[in-house]
Design a protein around this ligand. Sequence first.
Ligand code: PEP
Ligand code: MN
Length: 264
Amino acid sequence: LASSEVKHEPSQVKVGDSVVIGGDKVVVMAGPCSVESEEQIIESARLVKAAGATMLRGGAFKPRTSPYSFQGLEEEGLKMLAKARELTGLPFVTEVINPETVDLVADYADMLQIGARNSQNFALLKKVGQCGKPILLKRGMAMTIQEFLMSAEYIMSEGNQGVILCERGIRTFETATRNTLDLSAIPVLKMKTHLPIVIDPSHGTGNYHYVAPMCYAAVAAGADALIVEVHPDPERASSDGPQSLKPKKFAAMMEKLRLFAEAD
Ligand code: PEP
Ligand code: MN
């Protein structure tokens, strides 16, 4: 179902009432790694919107490497995201980490995220295939392109064709970055599938210094969307502060992306 041999035209995925991923405009989803409080997510939504983002991101269920790290605000976090949407009009994407909470997350979210650590959790993939909302599927950190497409197939074979593929860096021998962002996945996936492609340079590099250059490169290489971690005060973030952009840096990056789009 995901193959470009079966469907030749690129797919467009609609999110909420206003966003289309896979059209002529690059969609930018931005916001904090985790929802931390109502004030924090509302402030984040306002500032990413002012800079030109058309979707909000924020984690309420956090799949952390350590069980002792912040695990997220769960349903309270979903309510805060919904409040931020009500105030700004931005649809949001948020992660779902197990089959039991898919219906709950789908009640609130405009798009459900499957994280890298769950990208081959087949019970979860099948369940989100039945939820009726579009899915942002992340590539696992040790996943081949073929395996990535098979995970998309698990969702689509349950009836959900609204899948967006997210490259978020893979694990290599390199330690200067948190992961190695595989930008060649963009042209490779464009050959193999009609599904839209989103690049996550925040998890892909793990360092805010490298986020803007990777965004420019991703757009030049044909990405349909970007998902970027932005925090009003990264030093105090409960998760992923070192890779989160400050509001000013994010706004400057968005400005430059607009210049590229005009030159195109
Ligand atoms: C996230 O988006 O905050 C996240 C946990 O991402 P990943 O699954 O790519 O590590
Ligand atoms: Mn994160």
